[in-house]
Design a protein around this ligand. Structure first.
Ligand SMILES: [Zn+2]
Length: 432
């Protein structure tokens, strides 16, 4: 009885006086906090099978989806029409169709559909961390991001024969809006003469031309249900984001070479090898493999890529609710653009092997029993601002560990580091 009373007294005094827990101290990283180690990898490895450039380094980890912030791709849509205005949707119809079309295509981005081939595969259906955002001109309140053009010379799409114009850029050069930062989508009818010809297929088709795309076969087919063309849109945007057709070798080991069956049938090879991949020609077009998803996110993370120009820059302003908290042992092989603070919790280890951008004012905190390992990592702010630096915490004898392997680079943070000049000299760090 006495013992339990003593225990209660001790517990109470712990709570009241906080004498049981050593006090947490914190400061911004100093030279003496850093443990330097040799790296076995080459600095910022751009080998395509591993490291910063490898698609699978960017495939979302479903146990830690908050480490893979959603990316938003700016789009607008143009509806090309004859001056008699009979060949495409009118303004009100175009706006309504666009909204339903983007929603329908986005639903397939949201759904987790397992790749159908090879048969009996173990490929996971990973989330796609990108979405489409209809983007009007920012300074024009009347702009919807949906445009109707009436142009007898440029309204039509022809994808075979003498008058083939699918890969021509004239319509893009004349009508694209915010071409440097928005994916311009042109909905064009097949040429009326082609539509009349029995040898010409008036099906849903399209072509990606860098950060623009043309799609045809929607209005003139008579089926104006947007869901019927959602695979077409996701396919063409897949090209814009850097994917190739998946039936040949496309640089991904998880998309087998196959004969591109339209649907499952009783006759081989379409009895077992009918694909549902978005980058094949098939009736479904709604599965992405881990490598394909990774490739898209790799291209969006590449600082100099044309695809990155299409993104809403959500990683510039600090969003505290997007703080990433590391509680277990994690390695980031691919580049990241974080939107909040980064905290390495007690018991957590984070190894960074590539580039990480932190938003303005964001801080990396290493708790007393946390560990941060920078292997040739590059920490910076991609928006021309400064992030707050690395805070180390201690409690009693425990101190957060910060390990530099190889040649990490710390940019755009004025708080870091006392003695940084000496560090740069000693480690031949090049400032970017
Ligand atoms: Zn294609």
């Amino acid at each position: 009885m006495l013992r339990s009373k003593t225990l209660i007294f001790v517990l109470l005094s712990c709570i009241i006086f906080s004498t049981c827990q050593p006090k947490t101290k914190q400061w911004f990283l100093k030279m003496e906090d850093i443990a330097f180690e040799e790296a076995t990898q080459r600095p910022r490895n751009y080998n395509s099978k591993q490291g910063c450039n490898a698609p699978l380094s960017y495939a979302p980890d479903t146990s830690h989806l908050d480490h893979f912030p959603m990316r938003y791709i700016r789009v607008n849509m143009h509806y090309m029409n004859h001056t008699d205005s009979t060949k495409n949707f009118n303004e009100a119809e175009a706006l309504s169709f666009t909204k339903r079309y983007l929603k329908s295509a986005t639903n397939d981005l949201k759904k987790l559909t397992k790749p159908a081939i090879p048969p009996n595969n173990n490929l996971p259906a990973l989330p796609k961390q990108y979405r489409y955002v209809l983007t009007p001109l920012p300074d024009d309140p009347n702009d919807t991001g949906v445009y109707c053009h009436y142009d007898d010379d440029l309204f039509f799409f022809v994808n075979k024969g003498r008058n083939r114009n699918n890969s021509k850029r004239a319509v893009i050069d004349k009508y694209a809006v915010q071409a440097d930062s928005v994916l311009n989508i042109f909905v064009m009818p097949h040429h009326p003469d082609s539509v009349k010809s029995k040898s010409y297929s008036v099906s849903g088709t399209g072509i990606a031309l860098q950060n623009n795309l043309k799609i045809a076969g929607i209005y003139e087919s008579g089926n104006h249900a947007p869901w019927a063309y959602r695979g077409l849109l996701n396919h063409e945007i897949g090209h814009v984001l850097g994917l190739s057709h998946a039936w040949g070798y496309d640089g991904c080991d998880d998309t087998p070479v196959h004969s591109n069956c339209w649907n499952t049938s009783k006759i081989p090879p379409c009895d077992t090898m009918a694909s549902n991949n978005v980058m094949d020609y098939n009736a479904h077009q709604r599965a992405w493999t881990p490598c394909q998803i990774g490739k898209i996110h790799r291209n969006l993370a590449k600082l100099s890529s044309r695809q990155r120009k299409l993104l809403v820059r959500t990683w510039c302003d600090l969003q505290v609710d997007k703080t990433v908290i590391i509680k277990d042992s994690i390695t980031w092989e691919g580049a990241k653009d974080l939107e909040g603070h980064l905290v390495i919790e007690n018991g957590g280890t984070l190894q960074i092997n590539c580039r990480v951008s932190l938003p303005k004012g964001a801080k990396i905190t290493v708790r007393p029993k946390g560990k941060l390992i920078l292997v040739n990592a590059w920490l910076h702010n991609d928006c021309g601002d400064e992030w707050a630096g690395i805070e180390v915490q201690s409690a009693g004898k425990q101190k957060g560990q910060v390990i530099f392997k190889g040649q990490p680079i710390i940019d755009n943070s004025s708080v870091f580091i006392e003695g940084i000049e000496k560090f740069e000299q000693e480690h031949l760090i090049k400032k970017r």
